[in-house]
Design a protein around this ligand. Structure first.
Ligand SMILES: *Cc1c(COP(=O)(O)O)cnc(C)c1O
Length: 409
């Protein structure tokens, strides 16, 4: 058999992190235990001293959790993974490990809503300053750098505008300034994009999305590129405490077996739907990284092997049209989140990005008519039919409204 680091992503998704233990199980068993017993006082002392093989206590390490951490580290091409209780726990742990009071952070302005609040409010309260910039604009990134900048945090494609940032160029800016590049790779998964190849130092994930893929677990992951960074991150996670339990780790590891298949299907269907939306008369604009009309189309082709599952588009008619469409969908589930096997649709201005406030939304280009779809793995024509009937309902409501308007005037 080929060594892990030589196999294709499709192969790694099935085999990574699977170690045959006692009784040779084909998948890592669930070690549903909070603590582990020691053979002797000497063995216990050795484990606490970081010597020898074994486990102490599940917050500090557990074989089921470790299997998942190994799998994702291999898929990303990094040294080590650290499973966290949620994507936000991973982002928080990673940032607070790298930053301290008096440090400065440069952060993408189009990020997951709670990341924006974490950085802008909670980290600020602890004396960590930040500048939110459009990281697709390299000049803006350079301009935002300060002598005390320790981290550049990039989400690409950004949420929900799908703006694409040049990881290789940003890594260079970071490293020249002695700062680290942290990348949220949730939207692409390691199947489509591997930020370490472009110079990132740390990758974070919400496992809740594509990696688990079945909308039944909340979890997160930190992956470090260099082995030497691992002890500090592990120590931080042990003390912050936001770890992922064994059962959740097992489920995510199981989900990863089909990750490559799912991502391929997500990309094919999303591309078809994006092309279809581009021709629709109720739609003002469409953003999807694999569309030629995407402003960073070439960069996206260089940096990633697919456009992913998420499409954003602008409805003609703003907030009201958005509301009508949300209430008219049938097959598409009206829900936040993304990356599951089912197609989800949502309206960021009133849902995921409402907490950012109107000013920050405007700054990040999140318009009132912006709709976000996470395309699932259903038959694509069924999804298109549902979108079309919902858009017809938007058009019909506008027609009624203008007729009423004519009657009233
Ligand atoms: C969902 C998401 C997160 C947060 O993950 P949770 O598991 O919900 O805590 C962070 N980043 C991105 C891009 C996400 O989509």
């Amino acid at each position: 058999m080929k060594k892990h680091d030589q196999a294709a992503p499709e192969t790694l998704a099935v085999h990574a992190g699977v170690r045959k233990g006692e009784f040779l199980p084909a998948v890592p068993p669930i070690f549903q235990t909070s603590t582990f017993s020691f053979d002797s006082a000497e063995q216990g002392a050795a484990l606490f001293a970081g010597k020898g093989k074994g486990y102490i206590y599940t917050r500090m390490g557990n074989p089921t959790v470790e299997a998942l951490e190994t799998a994702i580290a291999i898929l990303e091409g990094g040294a080590k993974g650290l499973a966290c209780g949620s994507g936000m726990a991973a982002i928080h742990t990673a940032l607070v490990t790298l930053l301290k009071n008096g440090d400065h952070l440069v952060c993408s302005d189009a990020v997951y809503g709670p990341t924006c609040t974490l950085v802008g409010k909670f980290l600020a309260d602890f004396g960590i300053e930040s500048t939110m910039v459009d990281t697709s604009n390299l000049a803006a990134v350079k301009k935002a750098m300060r002598p005390n900048t320790k981290v550049i945090y990039v989400e690409t494609p950004g949420n929900p505008t799908l703006v694409v940032s040049d990881l290789a160029a940003i890594a260079e800016v970071a490293h020249q300034a002695g700062a680290r590049l942290v990348v949220d790779n949730t939207f692409m998964s390691p199947i489509l994009q591997q930020p370490f190849r472009w110079g990132a130092d740390v990758v974070v994930h919400s496992l809740t999305k594509f990696l688990n893929g079945h909308a039944d677990v909340v979890g997160g992951m930190i992956v470090v590129k260099e082995e030497e960074d691992y002890p500090l991150f592990r120590k931080a996670l042990n003390h912050f405490g936001g770890v992922l339990p064994p059962m959740e780790s097992f489920l995510v590891h199981r989900g990863i077996k089909t990750l490559a298949l799912r991502m391929r299907r997500h990309c094919e269907s999303a591309f078809k739907i994006a092309e279809h939306l581009e021709t629709h008369e109720q739609v003002e604009w469409v953003r999807y990284p694999s569309l030629k009309s995407h402003p960073q189309y070439e960069l996206s082709r260089k940096q990633a092997t697919g456009g992913g599952a998420v499409i954003s588009f602008g409805l003609k008619g703003g907030v009201e049209a958005g509301r009508r469409m949300m209430n008219a969908v049938g097959l598409c589930t009206l829900a936040v989140s993304l990356g599951g096997v089912e197609t989800l649709i949502q309206h960021p201005a009133s849902m995921t990005h409402a907490s950012m406030g109107a000013e920050a939304r405007k700054h990040a280009n999140i318009g009132d008519g912006l709709v976000r779809i996470s395309v699932g793995i259903e038959d694509v024509d069924d999804v298109i039919a549902d979108i079309d009937q919902a858009l017809e309902a938007v058009a019909a409501a506008k027609k009624d409204h203008s007729e009423m308007h004519v009657a009233a005037t």
